[in-house]
Design a protein around this ligand. Structure first.
Ligand code: ARG
Length: 460
């Protein structure tokens, strides 16, 4: 039997095609426990308003608790005849209370209910995502700490540029995730507005106070405009954006892991537990976790784009299009909760090839800038210094030697400014130590950065 919430004025039942199109219970069922939370607040409100007697309120709350347990242990499930989570739960209530169950619907609409449920769901899950982000950050910080003063060839355009501490590069990713955490925090401040009490769109004629709902459900305030309350989905869009940007950060980290684990880079080795093999090539060890992290950014960005597109032409207030808000945010939550632990595990267990990184740090003439800056400190104009070092680099390439392998005579032939003392800056350690300004890659600065990040991440 159909359990529709809106049968009164209709003669026949809905067409099958409509019923199938309209159905959302297969995805919005995961809001059930939040819906019940809001229903408890609502029954207390009806009681205070004199619309439920003491006994009725007691029975109502007991039935809601019982239903909550049944939802949790799976003994109460939606059926295909339940259009959405609200319909299914009203059926559960009617099964427990008979006609008394029908009293709970006074003064509310699925429009304010669903907006409330989704906010509750997202605020909860955003906190979960923040704690998974912290685990990934912790893994990156631990690897940075373990790598100590190990250098790496810092890159621009994927070309060797200047030596950096490998830790500095790892912590750059931690900085991005730190912004993500703070973004979810300020998102929460805007999401903490309760739509409940807005009814269908205009508020209620019954003596119920939306501000009491807000307080009971842990929101900071009630929506000041009932029309906005039921039609606003900014919180869902903003959440999808925060999730998409986390996805982009995971993807960029993933791409680095993919590169670093190639034979050509050889910077790291992925632990067996976080690598996969090939069905045909016995030697293969593939970085699938990193690739999936990179690949999943696509669906997160797609969810955001889809939701914005759904909203862009909607008149106020509730329109059924809004039912399309749920799948993208659920998918964003599920995707991040899948990817973040896998990436944290991958990072925590990877092995760094220190020997290889030490060899590569000065390769590709990464000390050329140091040499030019050294000449500047000895009175040469940077333009000329740049030119001189450029000539030296070409000379080295032609003769297949590194910068520090050129003899004194050959240096002098290239430029009179290239006296033997230039050799003092031609070490990776010297180049690193010299970049000692705030935010630079000097070991002391990186150690400070690491300590500050540890505090930020641990304080959560
Ligand atoms: N399942 C609906 C949704 O997710 C609930 C609200 C239905 N409201 C309505 N007026 N038909 O948006």
């Amino acid at each position: 039997p159909a359990t529709r919430l809106w049968g009164g004025r209709f003669e026949g039942g809905p067409a099958d095609a409509l019923a199938r199109l309209s159905l959302s219970v297969h995805f919005d069922w995961r809001l059930a426990r939040y819906d019940l939370l809001a229903s408890r607040a609502h029954s207390r409100m009806l009681h205070r308003a004199g619309l439920l007697t003491d006994d009725e309120a007691d029975s109502m709350l007991a039935a809601l608790d019982d239903l909550d347990e049944a939802v949790e242990d799976g003994t109460f499930r939606p059926t295909v005849a339940d259009e959405d989570v609200h319909t299914a739960l009203e059926r559960g209530l009617l099964e427990r209370l008979g006609s008394l169950g029908g009293k709970l619907r006074a003064g509310r609409s699925r429009n304010d209910q669903v907006a409330t449920d989704l906010r509750l769901f997202l605020r909860d899950h955003a906190r979960l995502i923040v704690s998974r982000l912290a685990e990934l950050q912790t893994a990156l910080i631990a690897q940075a700490e373990a790598s100590g003063d190990l250098p790496a060839p810092g890159m621009t355009h994927l070309q060797h540029a200047q030596p950096v501490l490998f830790a500095h590069q790892l912590l750059a990713h931690v900085q991005a995730f730190t912004r993500d955490v703070s973004r979810l925090r300020d998102w929460d401040a805007r999401a903490a507005v309760s739509p409940l009490g807005a009814g269908a769109l205009a508020g209620s004629s019954l003596p119920i106070d939306p501000r009491q709902f807000a307080a009971e459900l842990g929101f900071a305030s009630a929506a000041p405009n009932s029309m906005d309350a039921v039609s606003d989905r900014d919180f869902a869009v903003e959440f999808c954006f925060a999730a998409a940007l986390i996805g982009v950060h995971l993807s960029r980290l993933g791409e680095e892991i993919v590169l670093w684990s190639t034979q050509e880079f050889g910077w790291i080795e992925i632990d067996d537990a976080y690598a996969t093999g090939s069905s045909i090539m016995p030697q293969k060890k593939n970085p699938d976790v990193a690739e999936l992290a990179r690949g999943k950014a696509g669906r997160l960005i797609g969810g955001l784009t889809g939701l914005l597109t759904t909203l862009k032409g909607l008149p106020l207030t509730y329109n059924r299009d809004l039912q399309e808000d749920k799948e993208p945010v659920f998918d964003a939550v599920d995707t991040l909760l899948l990817v973040l632990p896998a990436m944290a595990g991958l990072i925590a267990t990877l092995r760094i090839n220190a020997k290889r990184l030490r060899e590569l740090a000065p390769a590709g003439f990464t000390l050329a800038t140091d040499l030019a800056e050294y000449l500047v400190q000895h009175g040469v104009a940077f333009r000329e210094a740049h030119e001189i070092v450029g000539h030296l680099v070409v000379w080295c390439q032609v003769n297949d030697v590194a910068l520090d392998e050129v003899s004194d005579e050959d240096l002098a032939k290239i430029s009179g400014h290239l006296t033997p003392d230039v050799r003092t800056v031609l070490t990776v350690e010297g180049a690193l130590a010299a970049r000692k300004g705030f935010g630079g890659t000097a070991p002391d600065r990186v150690a400070e950065q690491l300590a500050a990040l540890r505090v930020t991440v641990d304080d959560g």
